[in-house]
Design a protein around this ligand. Sequence first.
Ligand code: NAD
Length: 501
Amino acid sequence: MNEKKYLLYIDGEFREGAKKESFPVINPADESIVGLAATGMVEDAEAAVQAAKRAFYSGAWSSFDAKQRSAVLMNIAEKMTERQSKLADLIIKESGSTIFKAKAEVALAIGTIVYYAELIRTPYMYEPVIPGAGERTNSYDFVQRDPIGVCVGIVPWNFPLSLGMWKISPALAAGNTIVIKAPTEAPLVLLELAKIVHEAGLPSGVLNIIAGSGRVIGEYMAQHADVDKISFTGSTVVGKRILALSAASNLKITTLELGGKSANIILEDADIAAAIDGSLFATMLHSGQICESGTRLLVPESRYEEILTGLVTRGKNIRVGDPHKADTGMGPVISKKQKEKIEAYIQTGIKEGARLILGAEGLTGPEYEKGFWVSPTIFADVHNAMTIAREEIFGPVLSVIPYQTEDEALRIANDSIYGLGGGVWSKDKGHAVEVAKKMRTGTVWINSYHVLTPAAPFGGYKQSGLGREMGVQGLMAYTQSKHIHVDLGNNNAFRYKWLLK
Ligand code: NAD
């Protein structure tokens, strides 16, 4: 075999896994092998956690001041920028992303590390001295933000680089050390990132990146007593398992970014042409494999037929094919298993009485003989109780649900176990904001979708997650606060006399 092999990055070294095994990473567009990834085993996870622990307690990183940490993070950002085409190319090959999505992902990843490198140079860590007890007794109280310690980040395949950086950047900015578990389907871009980080002068053991089975090494680290914090992004079912393992071991500080079934509401007064294109973008980008995709489209009955016609006409324009081609709008789905899961949901939609208005014809031709393809699929006449409106499909499947009144639209939008993203389309932006405020979800886009900034917190209500990443909150999530009381004179006599007569 001539495929390029990517090694694990542990304690500042590139290593084979403990059993010297590797696994092929498959290009979902043509089933070719993109490269081999060294298989991390429990022994490797243990080595990575111990390296992170040694690095943390040595103070090699945690005792750096914010200015020094910021400089190293900026150096990583610069090196990522120099190699952005290579990073984007790997993302296209291993996860079937289009050029647009891959470039946007690399930009978001670089933007995230730059944001945190800059944030820690502001006085975020210093809360004001607390008056009160101090005034009365000639003492003062202050609160300091400390790093948490050894962190673990578990990353899914749909945005491997940017979601990896959502964990790496704030963790390192706050002075922690971290072990990243790269996704099994798309581990290469994170293993490539390890090479960049290595050159950028991060002390050994501060960042470790390993690949391998989630069930084996992910679970091992989720119950490891030396891990102080775990940040997981992935499905709700695995997220619950992580939380249980964390609670049953050492009660790690746990952040969960999980699944979604987001509602995208077109209001009666919306610019319908813009709302139609926006709603297709909200669902079909990255073949619907985005956690906050707007997969339930709520449409006013008064404009129902007009919107359905527009969705079909514009939906037929989505060019599905080779993600390396500039005119491709939608690439493959990640794997055969994912394709079969999506197709089963489409059959369930038909059986439960939803009306298939786009997608029935399927994809034919030599381009689709290899790889995992699902054509853009739209169901009309969906009821919110149907399986396709309740469960996360994670594929290019849009469920259109009619509503009569705005109150009904909000009731439907909020009737979900999830609450991750959402949209509102209206010419009256003030009114759209009022609607957005009533949606029980972590992010709402008005007349837009999928637009993220490192400066705003991201995360879910309900079973879409626990805690937030990004923004100032995302940095705080990698710190713990410590209250320090300082006696400035000998002020304790009046307290002691009650005990020491
Ligand atoms: P997944 O839960 O199967 O896997 C996510 C990660 O967890 C992978 O690295 C995997 O190897 C690992 N893993 C799997 N089983 C594990 C276990 N038992 N213990 C520890 N780790 C384990 O999810 P996926 O299929 O990779 O990604 C799709 C899911 O991720 C969707 O549900 C999507 O909504 C969600 N997601 C959420 C966000 C968010 O920010 N909320 C972002 C992207 C994806």
